[in-house]
Design a protein around this ligand. Structure first.
Ligand code: ARG
Length: 277
C-alpha cells in the first residue's frame, strides 16, 4: 500500500471542548447578511431540534459540549463561534460590527469571567471571534472584508503571541472566514477560492498546495462551515461533494441538518466555539 494512504487511514481524533448556545430565542428579525430575510418565517421547534442534533453529534464523537445561557432579544446568539477566540487558555471576547449583536459581548465576558482562563480581554477593534479567526494549531488565518477590522488582525497577533495571516473576503454570501474555509488539521484546509480576493487566493495556494477546493454547489449550502477534530468532520449534510472529497482523504464526514439556522446565514461551525486550554 502507498505510504501516503497508510498515513491517511491513521487520522486521529483529539477530543475537543466546544461552547454552544441553545437557540431558545433564535429568529430572523433583521438582515445583516444576504441570507437573512425577516419576511421568511422561521420555526423555533425545527431550529432547536436541528441544533440538538448537532450537539448530540459532538457528544457522540466524544467531545465535551459546554453551554452559554441564551439572552432574550439576541436572536443570533446561537452562533457561538462569533463570541470569542480561545487559544492557549486565553480568551479574547468579540466586538461585533452590527448593533443588533453587540449585546452578546457582555454575555461572553461574563461567561469567561467565571474563571479557568489565564487571560480574558475584549477586542478593541471589530472582531467577530472564530467567525473570522481560524486557528491552524500554530497560527491564525484571519478574515476581513465584511466584518472583522483588519486592525483586529494585529490585535489578535499581539494578544495571543501567534502569527496571523490576513485574508480578504469578496463575496457577501461568504461574509465570515468560517463560511469560506475550514481547518481540517495537520496543515490541511478546505476552502472556496471564489470567496477570496486574488491576492488572498495566491496566499492560500502557496501555503496550502494540497487543500481541498470546494465547488460552488457545496459552498452555497455552507459546506465549508464545518468542524474537524482531525479525523471526523461535521459539516452540513447537503454538502455531498465535499463529503466525498473528505472521505477520499481519509476523513470521516458526518452530515448535520441545520437548514433552519441557515436562514440566518449560519451552520455547523457558526454554532460552535472551540475552547482550547
Ligand atoms: N446572522 C449572523 C450574522 O450575520 C450569522 C453568524 C454566523 N456565524 C459565523 N460564524 N459565520 O452575524
Amino acid at each position: 500500500m502507498e505510504p501516503e494512504r497508510t498515513a491517511r487511514e491513521k487520522r486521529e481524533a483529539a477530543p475537543r471542548q466546544y461552547l454552544m448556545c441553545r437557540p431558545t430565542y433564535f429568529d430572523v428579525t433583521y438582515s445583516i447578511n444576504p441570507w437573512m430575510d425577516p419576511n421568511r418565517p422561521t420555526s423555533p421547534q425545527t431550529g432547536l431540534a436541528q441544533w440538538k442534533g448537532l450537539s448530540d453529534t459532538f457528544a457522540a464523537l466524544g467531545h465535551d459540549v459546554r453551554l452559554i445561557e441564551p439572552v432574550p432579544g439576541l436572536p443570533d446568539m446561537v452562533f457561538a463561534a462569533n463570541g470569542a477566540i480561545v487559544v492557549d487558555g486565553k480568551a479574547l471576547v468579540a466586538r461585533f460590527r452590527h448593533a443588533q449583536r453587540q449585546g452578546e459581548s457582555a454575555a461572553y465576558l461574563e461567561w469567561f469571567g467565571r474563571g479557568g482562563w489565564s487571560a480574558v480581554g475584549q477586542a478593541e477593534y471589530v472582531n467577530e471571534g472564530e467567525g473570522d479567526f481560524l486557528f491552524t494549531g500554530r497560527e491564525f488565518l484571519a478574515g476581513t472584508g465584511f466584518r472583522s477590522d483588519p486592525r483586529a488582525h494585529d490585535e489578535v497577533a499581539a494578544f495571543f503571541g501567534r502569527p496571523v495571516i490576513s485574508l480578504t473576503l469578496v463575496d457577501p454570501r461568504f461574509y465570515h472566514l468560517d463560511t469560506a474555509l475550514a481547518v481540517l488539521g495537520d496543515g490541511e484546509v478546505m476552502y472556496h477560492p471564489a470567496a477570496f480576493s486574488a491576492a488572498s487566493r495566491a496566499v492560500l495556494a502557496e501555503r496550502f498546495p494540497d487543500a481541498i477546493l470546494a465547488e460552488e454547489a457545496d459552498a452555497a449550502v455552507f459546506g465549508l462551515n464545518a468542524l474537524s477534530d482531525g479525523r471526523n468532520v461535521v459539516l452540513p449534510r447537503q454538502a455531498t461533494g465535499l463529503a466525498a472529497r473528505l472521505r477520499e482523504r481519509g476523513y470521516h464526514p458526518h452530515g448535520a441538518d441545520l437548514t433552519e439556522l441557515l436562514k440566518a446565514g449560519g451552520s455547523v461551525k457558526c454554532c460552535t466555539l472551540e475552547l482550547r486550554r
